[in-house]
Design a binder for this molecule. Structure first.
Ligand code: ZN
Length: 245
């Protein structure tokens, strides 16, 4: 992706940090000036962002490695302030494959959450306060992983839950029709995200809503074009990679 900083390479997949990511630390820094972000708090907030986005990279790798099993390669993974995106050469058309690729991401967060629960039990919660004075770093990371699981599994196509929903529909309906329904539901969810974001003054949620709205429209359009045209012209209209979060 353009304007991105290369962080490294895992399992042959390049990991990038998009420049807009800088918004996130700035937002954290300026969003709560009343609290008086002293240096320790700011450092902890920064460490928390690093830990959270490590979980997000692992989530994307879950999708990428599941897709690889079905012969689909992932060009790269880019971290944006609203989450991660993996660029894949195509989307699995087989409902069963789509379902597994979609579920693999949240399953990684389930595994991380399980590991965190074990660590918290071993350390016992008061001990974590000793490790992270003034904050509850590990419990917060556990909660963040649960939020990632629940949020990603909402049927907001093209998010993971929406892809699961499309895969389930596609087992009974024609692929294009299944996509159209999933995209419509995704757009309704996206509007809800924007409304909730406005109500609770959460700019990230609003931004995610906007991304989902147009993402759903784009993918539904790509599937329609693919059906209506001969394979050769269709190839000109469809992108040479697909984004998934
Ligand atoms: Zn995902």
């Amino acid at each position: 992706m353009r304007w991105s900083l290369k962080l490294g390479k895992i399992a042959g997949i390049r990991i990038y940090l998009h420049w807009t990511f800088l918004i996130l630390p700035l937002w954290v820094f300026f969003s709560d000036p009343a609290k008086g972000m002293g240096l320790p708090n700011t450092t902890q907030a920064a460490l928390f962002i690093v830990a959270l986005f490590t979980c997000i990279v692992l989530h994307e790798l879950g999708h990428a490695l599941a897709a690889r099993r079905y012969g689909i390669s992932t060009r790269d993974i880019t971290l944006l302030p609203i989450g991660g995106v993996a660029r894949m050469e195509r989307m699995p058309r087989e409902p069963k494959q789509e379902l597994w690729v979609a579920v693999a991401g949240p399953l990684v967060n389930v595994a991380i959450a399980g590991l965190l629960i074990v660590v918290l039990l071993v350390l016992q919660i008061p001990a974590t306060r000793f490790l992270w004075p003034h904050t509850v770093f590990l419990p917060s990371l556990l909660v963040a992983n649960w939020v990632l699981i629940v949020f990603n599994l909402l049927p907001a196509f093209p998010m993971d839950g929406g892809r699961v929903f499309r895969a389930l529909l596609a087992q009974r309906l024609e692929y294009v029709r299944a996509t159209r329904i999933a995209a419509r539901v995704g757009q309704v969810m996206a509007i809800l995200f924007v409304i909730v974001g406005l109500t609770i003054q959460h700019p990230m949620l609003m931004l995610i809503g906007v991304f989902i709205f147009f993402g759903a429209r784009n993918e539904a359009h790509i599937v329609e074009v693919g059906r209506n045209l001969d394979p050769e012209p269709a190839r000109q209209y469809t992108p040479n990679y697909f984004l998934r979060g």
